[in-house]
Design a protein around this ligand. Structure first.
Ligand code: GLA
Length: 396
């Protein structure tokens, strides 16, 4: 009996938040929290999906999928199936004129079980891991021959068309292109992908999950994107030769600001500053790698990195305005600890995890008084998540 097992990781992002739809370079990495899928051939002509953690299952005929109303995880599954089989990369699969598509179920039935260790709504891209892992598995199963970048784009389109979130491409690239122990530098303009190591000598990265998920996250995300796209149209009108936010200068920026409302000015200021911070981290990573090969590293470059991480948090809080009270409370208290070099909200915003850079000597018991104070104020207990950087989507 034909079988296939796939694992698809979630992600962190060191820096470059909200730059993936703003012409930037982002610095994510895949982490050791996964969606895992089991694919099995069955006799029945239908496709059966089991979400094991939720104890929910879904049985459908591919030819009827388009007409089915879906929500939650089913919308992502529907999107991946619909987008994967809509073009002729699937042409070796029999074409069904009734549904105007290639019909995977005519290959025989398929049963897919999945489960996940990626906390939902924690800013670790569980939906991207679901879409990337499923798309990768179906691509293998049906021999569709799509590249990892094509699968990343397809998973992104699933979010746009089937979940209504106009996300960038960072999460999908991290899940599909992650490398053990490495960060990714993903250039969102030309889609080039490089990996680099940031030796963590004397320091560690960990996550603190605030356990908060505000409902406005998706609408606010789309709103930020629309504001920046409108600003970009104006910039192109004023300076037709401009290529991206990366090359706008301060004089042009001031001229442009005169045409933008105050909120859009703040959003754009954040984007320009964050682009500059990413360039600093790239230079720093270079220095750390080079000196790391020769000598015992000093803590200084990590202190610099920590400062950049804190500045990103300030920008996300005050200018991009995608943080929230709970996250700001944790961030402000974390950075009071002398061994914590930097902390910031991570991901789309309005909750989820903080990314923390700390010295190795940091004693995690020190988080206890903070989590107690947090519980007293907000009624939930933040969770410490230790992470490792891992390979992207793979066959097990
Ligand atoms: C979400 C989106 C990404 C990216 C981040 C913010 O995770 O899915 O595309 O924009 O927010 O950096």
């Amino acid at each position: 009996m034909k079988k296939l097992q796939i694992s698809a990781p979630g992600r962190i992002n060191l820096l470059g938040e909200h730059l993936d739809y703003n012409h930037g370079i982002v610095l994510p990495a895949a982490i050791d929290r996964y969606f895992e899928f089991d694919f099995k051939a069955t006799e029945s002509p239908s496709i059966e999906i089991n979400a094991l953690d939720l104890n929910e299952s879904w049985d459908f005929e591919f030819s009827q999928l388009n007409a089915l109303q879906t929500s939650g995880w089913r919308s992502y599954v529907k999107g991946v199936f619909m987008l994967l089989f809509e073009d002729d990369s699937a042409k070796h699969i029999p074409f069904d004129p009734a549904s105007s598509s290639y019909v995977p179920s005519s290959f025989g039935g398929l049963k897919i079980h999945f489960r996940s260790t990626i906390p939902i709504g924690a800013g670790l891209s569980s939906s991207a891991a679901l879409c990337c892992g499923l798309a990768f598995g179906l691509n293998e199963w049906f021999g569709l021959g799509k590249s990892r970048l094509e699968l990343a784009l397809l998973a992104q389109q699933t979010e746009h068309q089937f979940a209504g979130v106009k996300c960038g491409l960072m999460d999908q690239v991290a899940s599909l292109f992650g490398k053990k122990g490495q960060l990714i530098a993903f250039d969102c303009l030309d889609h080039s992908i490089e990996t680099f190591s940031l030796p963590l000598v004397g320091v560690q990265l960990f996550l603190l999950d605030s356990k908060v998920k505000h409902n406005l996250a998706e609408s606010a995300y789309n709103e930020r994107r629309a504001q920046l796209e409108a600003a970009w149209m104006k910039a192109k009108e004023l300076f037709p030769s401009i290529e991206s936010w990366r090359t706008i200068d301060e004089i042009q920026l001031n001229l442009l600001f005169a045409h933008l409302d105050l909120n859009t000015q703040k959003r754009l200021r954040y984007v320009i500053d964050e682009i500059a911070r990413v360039a600093c981290v790239q230079a720093l990573a270079q220095d750390i790698s080079v000196s790391g090969m020769n000598a015992k590293l000093s803590i200084e470059p990590y202190k610099e990195l920590g400062k950049l991480i804190n500045q990103t948090h300030e920008g996300l809080r005050d200018l991009y305005e995608v943080s929230c009270e709970e996250i700001d409370f944790l961030q402000a208290n974390l950075i009071k600890q002398p061994e914590i070099l930097g902390a910031r909200m991570m991901g789309g915003g309005f909750g989820g995890c903080l990314l923390v850079l700390a010295q190795d000597s940091f004693d995690f018991n020190r988080l206890k008084s903070l989590t107690t104070a947090y519980h007293a104020q907000f009624g939930s207990t933040p969770a410490l998540e230790r992470i490792a950087l891992v390979d992207g989507v793979r066959v097990l």
